[in-house]
Each structure stands twice: as structure tokens, then as C-alpha cells.
Design a binder for this molecule. Structure first.
Ligand SMILES: [Zn+2]
Length: 87
């Protein structure tokens, strides 16, 4: 199951071979690694039926909003906090 995540670490795109940045939105699937969103043609447009996909999209959106409002450090802290809350 492909998910949209913001990368915690720099990585390498499976499709184009270029690097992915820390905190860049990338698609990720178990056993496949990360891909740039623009490189991952298996991504389907968000659908309200797909709760997990939408959650990934919303997480990224929320991160961007918070980063614009509060700055990058604060946004990262809040994103981490949300992740811990889920566990
Ligand atoms: Zn790529």
C-alpha cells in the first residue's frame, strides 16, 4: 500500500535515482522505498474512499500550513507529536 509521507531522512528516488530531501513529500511502499510524488505514476488521485491515502495527504497539507504559519521547527515538532499520538 503506497502512502504519502514526509521523509524523515534524505533518500533516493526509486524511479529517477535523484535524491529526496528530508521533509519532502514522497510516496513510500513497503519493500519499495521512496519515490518523488511526481515520479510515482502508480499514485491514484485522492479519493474519499481511501482513508489512509487521504490521511497521508492531509498530514502533508497540515504540515505545510503549520510551517507557513509557525515556521519549520514548530511544524516539525507538531508533526512528530501527532505521530507519537497515533502509536
Ligand atoms: Zn524521482
Amino acid at each position: 500500500m503506497t502512502k504519502i509521507i514526509y521523509a524523515k531522512y534524505p533518500g533516493k528516488c526509486k524511479v529517477c535515482g535523484n535524491k529526496t530531501e528530508r521533509n519532502e513529500e514522497v510516496s513510500w511502499a513497503p519493500g519499495e522505498g521512496v519515490k518523488h510524488l511526481k515520479c510515482d505514476f502508480t499514485l491514484t488521485p485522492p479519493s474519499s474512499d481511501d482513508a489512509e491515502f487521504m490521511k497521508g495527504v492531509n498530514d502533508v497539507r497540515q504540515y505545510h500550513e503549520e510551517r507557513d504559519l509557525l515556521g519549520r521547527e514548530m511544524a516539525e515538532m507538531l508533526a512528530m507529536q501527532r505521530e507519537y499520538d497515533e502509536c
